[in-house]
Every structure is written in structure tokens, then in C-alpha cells.
Design a protein around this ligand. Structure first.
Ligand SMILES: *[C@@H]1O[C@H](CO)[C@@H](O)[C@H](O)[C@H]1NC(C)=O
Ligand SMILES: *[C@@H]1O[C@H](CO)[C@@H](O)[C@H](O)[C@H]1NC(C)=O
Ligand SMILES: *[C@@H]1O[C@H](CO)[C@@H](O)[C@H](O)[C@H]1NC(C)=O
Length: 314
């Protein structure tokens, strides 16, 4: 449960943003200024119960990095037991400076699983709402050949960079040990943002025969339109951004700072049915943007799910 105090802080931050908006024009993101006309209202599609069910193992993988790392390595946390087929290979991070992550193999999906920990909402809020947050180009050492116009949130890409090398190495080890070329990258909340950037990093650094899937829960916006377009074109139809009802996190950082989501929104409606919302920022009434358009309608508890019956967190 989130405290009233936190709600008050969030509300004042939101208000500050609205009031500060006209002054934002001078910040360095002028060259990646948002194209607010890219808001689109495109036709939505229902997600079948079978498809919703197919996300259950991914929701478990996204939730459990909140558990004690020793229980991840032993794969005996309570939620871990819902995916008994999984073999963990490496657990990293410390949950403090470096978000916890793990890599292993799921034989049912015949896929390497990479999962990144989220964070306490009180630690996430500053990353989403600080007036100081800025978009920066991806580090060309980690992302060789990436266009300098592709920018991401500096805090999210910093978080990803801290585990980039050991994650890549663990994925290579797991692909070779289990002879698979499939990789699924998952995460919730801050972990969702890291997962999105990590997917790009892994794709650049793994053999071109590798096939990917990126599944995120309650993910914030990660980068500018060029980043969103890059994700669309390099991960066509394999990005699934699952967002719950009136969660406010996925509508931050705000679009007027130059942020834009990639394709792949799956929105959970009030009646718990899911709809696929094509486009970057789909303004259809069934999709998140409309649900969360009014801050008085935000529900801070929607961030944790449940997502297809599975709440995030250990
Ligand atoms: C903004 O986006 C719309 C729709 O995608 C496009 O037609 C228009 O040219 C864009 N404007 C600028 C200034 O990029
Ligand atoms: C999980 O496994 C580890 C190592 O086998 C063991 O020490 C620990 O007690 C187990 N925890 C639970 C909750 O079963
Ligand atoms: C690894 O997988 C490939 C493709 O599925 C298969 O052709 C090959 O025989 C497998 N190698 C081993 C050692 O199992």
C-alpha cells in the first residue's frame, strides 16, 4: 500500500510539471523535441484468454527478482515454484547500487530468460519526475554502431550499464549450455526500462540468428521517438508492454520532455480483459493513455498488478 504522503508528493510533482511545462523549451532536448501530433487513436484488438495465459511464466520471472537472491539461485522462492521447469544459471546485482538480475533457461519455452529487478516506488519516483532527468545518447562502447540520435533516460541507461557485461556473458553461457538461440528479456517497473535497453544491448552483441522476446510490466517511457522507432524495427511483434488499468508509471517521464513509448502495449481494462493497443501512444479509450489521462483517476496500487492474476513483488 502506498502512503497518503507519497500520493501527496506525487500529486505536487505532477502539478509542478504542469506548471513548469511552458518553461521546458530551453532544455537540451530541443533537437529531440516531442512531436505531440504522434498521439494516435488506432483500432484495438482483444487479447484471447489463451494468449493472456501464455504470459503467466513471464509474469513470474518479472516478479521474483524482488525475492532474496539466495532463493533465486536455489529457485525455491514461493513464486519460483510456479515455474518449476526453470534452471537458474547466474544471479547478479545487489539490490542497492545494481538492480538484482538473473539469467537461466526455461525448457518449456526453449528460451534463455533474463530478468531485472524493479524498485521501490519511492526510489522510482525521482527518476520519473525529477526536472533534472534528461535524455542522452546510448554509450557507443556498449552499443556499437547505434545512431547518435537514439536517446534514453540517463538514469535507466546507467542502471542497465552497471550489469551489461555480466548479463551478456551469462546469456552467452546459457545459450551455449542449453543449445538455444531464443532469449526473453523481462522486467517490471524500473526493471521494465532496464529490460528494454538490455534487449537492444543483447541484440547488438549476440549472433544475428538470436530471436528475442521482450515482456515488461508497468514500464515507464524509456527513450525518445528514435529509440521507440529503433525498438519497433529491430523487435517487430516481439515487444509486449503490459500495463494495468490506471497505473501512472507508464505515462512517465512525460511526453513533453521528448519521451515516447515503443509499440506493444497490452492494456488490462477494468473488467480484467486485455486489449492490444497498436502504435506508440494509442489514445483509444481502451488503452492506458485514456485510462490514466486524469491524475484524479490514477490508482497508485495498479502499478503492482495483478497481471493476469500475478502480482509483482516476491
Ligand atoms: C509529427 O508526426 C506526424 C504523424 O506521424 C507527421 O505527419 C508530422 O510530419 C510530424 N511532424 C514533425 C515536425 O516531425
Ligand atoms: C532453498 O534452498 C536453499 C539451498 O538448498 C536452502 O538453504 C533454503 O533453506 C531453501 N529455502 C526455502 C524457503 O525452501
Ligand atoms: C543444437 O540445436 C540445433 C538447432 O536446433 C541442432 O541442429 C543441433 O544438433 C543441436 N546441437 C546439440 C549438440 O544438441
Amino acid at each position: 500500500m502506498l502512503s497518503l504522503r507519497l500520493a501527496a508528493v506525487l500529486f505536487s510533482l505532477a502539478l509542478a510539471f504542469v506548471l513548469a511545462a511552458p518553461a521546458q523549451e530551453e532544455i537540451t532536448i530541443a533537437e529531440v523535441a516531442p512531436n505531440l501530433t504522434s498521439l494516435e487513436k488506432r483500432e484495438t484488438f482483444p487479447v484471447s484468454p489463451a494468449e493472456i495465459d501464455s504470459f503467466r511464466p513471464y509474469a513470474i520471472y518479472a516478479a521474483v527478482p524482488q525475492c532474496k537472491p539466495t532463493t533465486l539461485l536455489a529457485w525455491n522462492c514461493t513464486k519460483c515454484l510456479s515455474n518449476p521447469q526453470f534452471t537458474p544459471v547466474t544471479v547478479g546485482g545487489d539490490g542497492d547500487v545494481v538492480q538484482v538480475w538473473f539469467v537461466g533457461y526455461d525448457p518449456t519455452l526453449d528460451s534463455v530468460i533474463v530478468s531485472f529487478q524493479g524498485t521501490d516506488i519511492s526510489k522510482l519516483l525521482p527518476l520519473l519526475t525529477d526536472a533534472d532527468l534528461f535524455l542522452t545518447p546510448l554509450n557507443p562502447q556498449l552499443f556499437p554502431g547505434i545512431s547518435p540520435g537514439i536517446w534514453t533516460h540517463n538514469g535507466f541507461s546507467h542502471a542497465q550499464s552497471l550489469s551489461a557485461a555480466p548479463v551478456l556473458s551469462a546469456v552467452q553461457t546459457t545459450m551455449s549450455r542449453f543449445n538455444t538461440s531464443r532469449v526473453a528479456v523481462v522486467g517490471a517497473s524500473l526493471g521494465a526500462a532496464i529490460a528494454m535497453i538490455s534487449g537492444v544491448h543483447l541484440k547488438i552483441n549476440l549472433p544475428s540468428t538470436t530471436t528475442f522476446k521482450i515482456v515488461t510490466y508497468g514500464g515507464p517511457r524509456v527513450g525518445n521517438k528514435a529509440f521507440a522507432d529503433y525498438v519497433d524495427s529491430h523487435f517487430p511483434d516481439v515487444v509486449f508492454r503490459i500495463v494495468n488499468k490506471r497505473d501512472f508509471v507508464p505515462i512517465y517521464p512525460p511526453r513533453f520532455l521528448g519521451y515516447e513509448h515503443a509499440e506493444g502495449e497490452l492494456h488490462i481494462r477494468d473488467d480484467l480483459s486485455w486489449v492490444s493497443c497498436p502504435g506508440h501512444e494509442n489514445a483509444d479509450p481502451n488503452c492506458l493513455l485514456s485510462y490514466a489521462s486524469n491524475i484524479f483517476g490514477w490508482n497508485l496500487n495498479d502499478h503492482g498488478g495483478p497481471y493476469g492474476g500475478i502480482p509483482m513483488g516476491c
